[in-house]
Unconditional design. Structure first.
Lengths: 418, 542
């Protein structure tokens, strides 16, 4: 049984499944990509063929335009599997944003799950994370330090509403990422009883409309720019983090600057960004969730894509698993937009910043000579007619479908490629 | 403890004064006794705990966390109390459900009365029962590092608002140092449920009388004969209170600074309340403000500090003498009482601030223009018939600063402001030219300014900075400052003083932006030597 290290490789363009001939969340345009979710650092534009959940594809089209969201776009529904040149692939919800998926891959008896970004706390705007037992679990570690423990988001939204009550003459402007965080906050505000209009920066509206079209009602949303200062007194305005303390915010009435992000747990981070009311709301797993998830999927090997991999690997090795840092370059963190990079005054320029592909970044395992091979379209290329598609039989996706590898010894000293 | 923790976090991050007052007011309105009074004491710095120290926190953290993960986390967070609070492992859910989060009173009482050996177990118990937010507040209380940026004055303004307009913040100020936590008597009075507390002869602070700046336009209208004139010394304004109940030295903002200046308190062997200026005086000469700064913000001075930076008080006024309230008397009468008092008591380290007797306003104006000692900011004009009133009553006292000095400097760095200015680059570091060893020349930073411009100029500056940024360091931008490309600022300032603490060797007093010199190429801005030449001598004791 070949060790997953022999068939799932980190190349300069990202994580590459060699027998299947596809990348997962590649950072540069490639021939075939499986995309976990539509955040810009995972879903780049310009791939020839894209496989993703229907929601992710829809959001990519809305954000990038149909012409840039990928040549062939193939949806893979929850509960469906697909065979890509002998690699069985299916998606399970990751709980991160609407449409976000974990990618499960099976080849010659071993199973790897790439989580993409995920969280475990319930989110009214997306399906919850479902753990999949596997041999290698590829995880993020954005909040991979034990100081990061996100409080219940409902409580943070209550703090916001409490502040609106205390300062009814001021605008509360909440910095939040345009995809996911924004809609989750709106849904939470509605659940907390805030029925009034919620005003949006221009960069947020299109994704909100897409969510609504996919069955997530968000209530009365209005463009903040069409409103005057008096109307915005006492209002809640959502805007990209880069806009809340910059020129765009000058239109607001004596704003209380709020920022919804897991980073707000650390007071100095709030202070450095001139945030008056930090809201600790994150769409990423916090430390206890990372640890709990690793326990639940119970993989003997944990590969960490990005974030604080040193701490998480330290932790998993204490528990007798093998940890490996993939150091995939190019995955940022949508909660950490550059504060010093102001959104230009015009709304048209206020869309999420374009992501420059990292030109020279080479991962430590980026030397594989086969990097160019799989780009040749083969008979199983994604696209209509190509893939051998089937409805997943119940049980196809559970652990019985693939033989499990025995747990490796403590520290995984002998656990290099089999 | 939950409300207090939330209040602390919000005060720390809220820049606006009115917003801080609103947060404080709500806390005092909604929290029960004695928690609100203890919160008040914590915010005004009245609490400190001997047994609880940072070492205790470190030991606790080591007992409950993985050392490697703690080291990485501490490195990231940068604050011991916060790291420990955030990392502290949650106990079993059952335990938390069965016991409430400790109250503020419980925590403060526990810290004050628990023997040192039992404290770690008690603190660990509190942390187990708390949320991360409350844990931060508990640990910050232990280390007395609340640092919320809310002065005691704001708390008193918020308390006064609680009284619904019947009570002024100054009324509370006058009682304050005669009160003890948890201030039950004070809250009862403010809420109309009890009599006004009587501080008796406690050495309480009296809100000082302040002056308005005298603008050029006001000068002509001034009837010189009605006013007494004296030098405006460049130190810090202090109030000396010595009563049967004790001796205190207060800053203008009502902070008790007695411990920092023990030699002054030692010399206060009288029964009076005096108003004066604290200065460093060496061999009869008043030293520049930078010398006094060496003694400020220190809990207690070393013997060497006291020897190197000897302090004295120049007396301006007398408010009480032997329990008699002199504040209703006209200035002229109080002045006579002050002169007699100094003659009789001859206190050490204290001298009268001399009155300047000149027959005409023109002569006074001339004196002011010629006052070029570093320790003199200008003149004070006080109506001879003015009672001593708290605050800044109009038309009674004027401060008449000497004309500012000017220099043309080049903007080097700009930083975002806070609150209403958070979207603007409003704080500027500027520099002057000096020669380098290799025959070229370079700009050396000489100061920072964040005022003096109009709103229109601020917008103009903001735009220029955004368009001419060469580097970014978080909230700071380095702007273009070459010989032929950059922005020249005309800086006004009150005085230039030698300073070992500044890279340039010179410090400016109250620098502000006077004008934007968009017409001037940076290469033509002033040289460091020009500023050095403006450093003035010291004023000799008269």
């Amino acid at each position: 049984m070949p060790h997953p290290e022999t068939w799932l490789k980190t190349l300069p363009d990202g994580l590459f499944c060699e027998p299947g001939g596809f990348y997962v969340d590649p950072v540069n345009p490639v021939a075939r990509a499986v995309i976990t979710h539509a955040h810009a650092d995972h879903a780049r534009s310009g791939h020839e063929a894209v496989l993703a959940s229907p929601e992710t594809l829809r959001i990519m089209e809305v954000r990038m335009g149909e012409d840039r969201a990928g040549g062939h776009r193939q949806p893979l529904g929850w509960g469906e599997t697909i065979d890509l040149k002998g690699v069985r692939v299916w998606l399970r919800p990751a709980g991160h944003v609407l449409g976000s998926a974990q990618v499960a891959m099976e080849w010659r008896g071993s199973r790897v799950v790439v989580s993409g970004d995920y969280k475990r706390t319930p989110d009214p705007t997306c399906l919850p994370f479902e753990p999949i037992p596997c041999d290698v679990f590829v995880t993020e570690a954005t909040f991979g330090l034990p100081v990061f423990r996100h409080p219940p988001a409902e409580g943070e939204v209550r703090r916001l509403l409490d502040s609106v009550g205390l300062f009814p003459e001021r605008t509360h402007v909440v910095g939040c990422y345009a995809l996911g965080k924004c809609q989750r906050l709106i849904a939470l505000l509605r659940r907390a009883g805030w029925d009034g209009p919620i005003f949006l920066h221009g960069a947020l509206m299109s994704v909100c409309r897409a969510y609504e079209a996919m069955g997530i009602p968000l209530g009365d949303l209005r463009p903040a720019t069409a409103s005057n200062k008096a109307e915005l007194a006492g209002a809640i305005v959502l805007a990209p983090p880069s806009a809340i303390a910059d020129r765009w915010a000058r239109r607001l009435a004596d704003p209380v600057t709020c920022l919804a992000s897991g980073w707000m747990r650390v007071r100095q981070r709030a202070r450095a960004r001139n945030v008056e009311l930090p809201l600790v709301v994150s769409d990423h797993a916090d430390w206890p969730e990372l640890c709990r998830t690793i326990e639940e999927v119970d993989a003997p090997e944990i590969w960490v894509t990005h974030g604080r991999e040193d701490a998480l690997i330290h932790q998993v090795e204490k528990e007798g698993r093998r940890g490996r840092a993939l150091r995939l370059i190019g995955y940022g963190d949508e909660e950490e937009e550059d504060a010093a990079d102001p959104v230009p005054g015009g709304e048209t320029n206020a869309a999420p910043p374009p992501l420059a592909p990292p030109a020279t970044a080479l991962g430590p395992t980026a030397l594989a000579p086969t990097a160019l091979g799989p780009t040749t379209p083969g008979p199983t290329a994604l696209g209509p007619g190509g893939p051998d598609r089937e409805a997943a039989p119940s049980g196809a996706a559970d652990s019985s479908a693939a033989p499990r590898r025995a747990r490796r010894g403590r520290g995984g000293a002998g656990g290099a490629a089999a | 403890m939950i409300a207090f923790a939330e209040l602390l976090e919000r005060l720390t991050l809220t820049p606006g004064r009115l917003a801080k007052i609103a947060l404080l007011r709500r806390f005092f309105e909604t929290e029960p006794d004695p928690d609100r009074g203890i919160g008040l004491a914590a915010l005004t710095g009245e609490l400190s705990f001997e047994a609880a120290k940072p070492a205790l926190i470190r030991a606790l953290a080591e007992s409950r966390t993985d050392p490697t993960l703690f080291a990485w986390s501490y490195d990231y967070v940068g604050d011991l109390a916060e790291t420990t609070a955030l990392m502290w492992p949650d106990p079993e859910p059952d335990r938390r459900r069965n016991a409430p989060v400790p109250s503020l009173a419980e925590v403060v009482d526990g810290l004050a009365t628990t023997p040192k050996t039992q404290l770690p177990a008690l603190v660990a118990e509190w942390l187990d029962l708390s949320t991360p937010e409350v844990r931060v507040a508990i640990l910050k209380l232990i280390t007395s590092t609340l640092r919320v940026g809310a002065s005691g004055r704001l708390a008193k303004v918020a308390l006064a608002e609680l009284g619904g307009g019947r009570i002024a913040a100054d009324d509370i100020e006058e009682l304050w140092h005669g009160l003890q936590p948890p201030y039950g008597e004070l809250f009862r009075w403010i809420e109309g449920r009890g009599p006004k507390p009587d501080p008796r002869d406690a050495p309480v602070f009296r809100p000082p009388m302040l002056a308005h700046p005298l603008e050029d336009a006001d000068v002509a209208a001034l009837d010189h004969a009605l006013f007494a004139a004296e030098w405006k010394w460049d130190g810090i304004r202090v109030q000396l209170v010595a009563t049967q109940g004790g001796r205190r030295l207060y800053s203008r903002g009502a902070d008790d600074i007695s411990a920092a200046f023990p030699e002054i308190v030692e010399a206060m062997r009288f029964d009076a309340v005096l108003d004066g200026e604290l200065l460093v005086v060496r061999d009869g000469a008043v030293a520049p403000f930078a010398d006094l700064q060496q003694r400020l913000n220190r809990k207690a001075p070393t013997a060497r500090m006291m020897e190197n930076y000897p302090v004295a008080v120049r007396l301006y006024d007398i408010l009480f003498e032997a329990g008699e309230d002199l504040r209703p008397l006209p200035f002229a009468e109080r002045r006579a009482r002050l002169e007699a008092f100094v003659r009789e008591e001859a206190p050490d380290r204290m001298s009268l601030s001399e009155l300047i007797e000149v027959p005409t306003l023109a002569e006074l104006q001339e004196l002011r223009a010629g006052a070029r000692a570093a320790s003199i900011e200008g003149l004070m004009l006080k109506r001879r018939d003015s009672p001593y009133l708290p605050g800044r009553p109009k038309g009674l006292w004027w401060k008449w600063k000497r004309d500012p000095l000017n220099i043309d400097a080049v903007m080097m760095y700009a930083q975002r402001g806070h609150g209403k200015r958070s979207s603007f680059y409003s704080d500027y570091t500027f520099g002057l030219w000096r020669d380098t060893a290799d025959g070229g020349r370079e700009l050396v930073p000489v100061g920072k300014a964040y005022s003096g411009y109009t709103d229109a100029e601020l917008k103009q500056l903001d735009r220029w900075i955004r368009n001419n940024t060469v580097h970014r360091f978080g909230p700071v931008r380095e702007v273009s400052h070459a010989e032929d490309h950059g922005l020249v600022l005309e800086i006004a300032f009150d005085a230039a003083q030698l300073s070992a603490r500044h890279k340039s060797g010179v410090a400016m007093r109250f620098p502000r932006i006077n004008r934007l010199r968009l017409d001037k190429p940076p290469g033509e801005a002033d040289r460091l030597e020009t500023l050095m030449a403006l450093v003035e001598g010291v004023a000799v004791e008269q």
